[in-house]
Design a binder for this molecule. Structure first.
Ligand SMILES: Cc1cc2nc3c(=O)[nH]c(=O)nc-3n(C[C@H](O)[C@H](O)[C@H](O)COP(=O)(O)OP(=O)(O)OC[C@H]3O[C@@H](n4cnc5c(N)ncnc54)[C@H](O)[C@@H]3O)c2cc1C
Length: 494
């Protein structure tokens, strides 16, 4: 029986571990933290429970398929709600748009609020259905070598992807109203990018929501990681929490195992890295082992933005605030320029507010709520000093802005709160430069140009998670787990 070691129990690592543990491998997951999930873990503050990171989950059928491939029914592990009211958008000019799961209702809403744009919406759906069909084979197979590009389905797909055009530009074909260009373009932030730098192909991000919906899981999306961890242990898999890996051991360019921080050596036939990609490259190999991903070369790569987070436990219910809300910056272009162009702190950042208690009563005590607040910030290339004064400045600015734009009062009802700054992401969560959405997704860092699932530099090493193909975001991260698991199987099964 082949033995596999997985470094990190984030969703990418758990996906690969779960599949392999049910396909005849002995799998050992070593996780530095005291709990599973990585950025997809649960954050508990007194009686309130939050998702630390991901809150939007789309394309759940990919996960259902993955679970089913090892005889598991995802819905026996998680209670999933398909949100009919997907999100509310608050624009700078005071307009508010409710985005619904029902496309006919959405079309009607657009016809009323943005007359004429409902036709663009229909066209957006038609063209992106086609684009999604074209892109799927690329996202679902390894892109290891140049010859992967000359497979017929990839060649057919490439022209549909408009890879050299920007998303911002692409959206003007469907929507004349600037607010709608925002409504269908802000999803670039999921990749930690601006719509200007994000390739047009990523119009599929908004499409995914409109076509496949946005799911909430009772107890939070962290339940996805908890479920996968359970399934790992139901198979031939073992979780080792609070066991940081110190180094991957390499002999004659092949991984032979790992050394833990407590100096214990664990032999393995395969090593899967789920730790943040660039962070792992900087700390998991002895000096001189890597040639392509040296610290200097890693520093030249482009990374996503970071986030400033507030998690609030509140002694009030807010039934009139949607589950997901986005309050756009008063000057969206300027805030993008500050975050992505100049790496300076934004004057008026956009804000995402999740009021999950409106859907899920298990997250807070009766009559109470959890507010999860995210503001995009430059990654730590900015050199920003996230001292208490800086955090306090944003706390006051962001909280007041939410109160003004949504017409609610919550500050005097806060019972408990936590904050995570870009520096904290780097120091406490091992995220390289605090770039929480990983390597960014411009053409030069996608597909074959992204670090490969079967690691290019050392044999026996595989990558999973947001830093490898097909990319950052839960659906693609789960796919990275499936792709790497299958590559491992193929490597000795032929
Ligand atoms: C604030 C935020 C919001 C997000 N929102 C969304 C969203 O709404 N939808 C979406 O699809 N995606 C979202 N994402 C992106 C993405 O889905 C998550 O970041 C996801 O958790 C990344 O998974 P991963 O498997 O790449 O790695 P991670 O979740 O980072 O897991 C890596 C694991 O490796 C462990 N580790 C690190 N070093 C070591 C070591 N030396 N030894 C052992 N273990 C180690 C870490 O502790 C961690 O558990 C969001 C991310 C963030 C941060």
């Amino acid at each position: 029986m082949k033995k596999v070691v997985v470094i990190g129990a984030g969703p990418g690592g758990l996906s690969a571990a779960m599949l392999l543990a049910h396909r005849g491998y002995e799998v050992h997951v070593y996780e530095k933290a005291a709990c599973v999930g990585g950025r997809n873990r649960c954050l508990q503050l007194e009686d309130y429970r939050f998702d630390l990171g991901p809150t939007f989950w789309s394309m759940i059928h990919l996960a259902e398929e993955q679970f089913a491939s090892i005889g598991k029914n995802l819905h026996e592990y998680m209670a999933v709600t398909d949100l009919s009211h997907m999100y509310d958008l608050y624009f700078a000019d005071g307009e508010k748009l409710t985005v619904t799961r029902d496309q006919a209702e959405m079309s009607q809403r657009l016809a009323t609020q943005f007359p004429g744009n409902e036709h663009g919406y229909q066209q957006f759906l038609i063209e992106n259905r086609e684009r999604m069909r074209a892109l799927t084979p690329i996202l679902r197979q390894p892109m290891q070598k140049w010859r992967d590009y000359i497979q017929p389905e990839v060649i057919r797909a490439l022209p549909k992807l408009q890879l050299t055009k920007s998303l911002a530009n692409e959206l003007t074909r469907w929507f004349s109203a600037p607010n709608l260009q925002l409504a269908f373009g802000f999803q670039a932030k999921y990749l930690g990018m601006s719509p200007q730098e994000c390739p047009a192909a990523f119009s599929i991000l908004a499409f995914m929501e409109h076509e496949y919906g946005i799911m909430h899981v009772r107890g939070g999306l962290n339940q996805l990681s908890h479920s996968m961890a359970k399934i790992v242990q139901e198979g031939n898999g073992y979780l080792h929490l609070q066991q940081p890996v110190q180094q991957i051991l390499v002999e004659q360019n092949r991984a032979t195992g790992i050394r833990l921080a407590n100096d214990e050596v664990v032999d393995a036939d395969y090593v899967i890295i789920n730790e943040d990609f660039a962070q792992a490259m900087t700390e998991q190999f002895a000096e001189g082992v890597l040639k392509k991903y040296t610290p200097e070369k890693l520093a030249k790569r482009k990374y996503s933005c970071s986030t400033l987070m507030f998690y609030l436990g509140i002694k009030q219910k807010y039934p009139d605030i949607a589950h997901h809300n986005i309050i756009f910056s008063d000057d969206y272009e300027q805030s993008l320029q500050e975050i992505f162009g100049e790496y300076t702190l934004p004057t008026s950042p956009s804000i995402y507010l999740q009021n999950a208690s409106v859907t899920d009563h298990t997250l807070a005590p009766n009559g109470h709520s959890t507010f999860y607040i995210l503001a995009p910030m430059p990654n730590n290339v900015s050199g920003a000093d996230w001292n208490e004064t800086q955090v306090e400045h944003y706390r006051q600015w962001i909280f007041s802005r939410i109160e003004t734009k949504l017409g609610v009062k919550f500050q005097e009802h806060i019972q408990v709160q936590a904050v995570i700054t870009p520096n904290d992401w780097q120091k406490n969560y091992d995220v390289y430069k605090g770039a929480v959405f990983n390597l960014s997704h411009q053409l030069t860092q996608m597909m074959t140009f992204r670090p490969h699932n079967q690691f290019e530099e050392i044999e026996g090493v595989y990558l999973v998670g947001g830093g490898t193909h097909p990319g950052s975001g839960l659906p693609t991260i789960l796919e990275s787990g499936r792709i790497s698991a299958e590559l491992i199987q193929k490597s000795h099964e032929g």
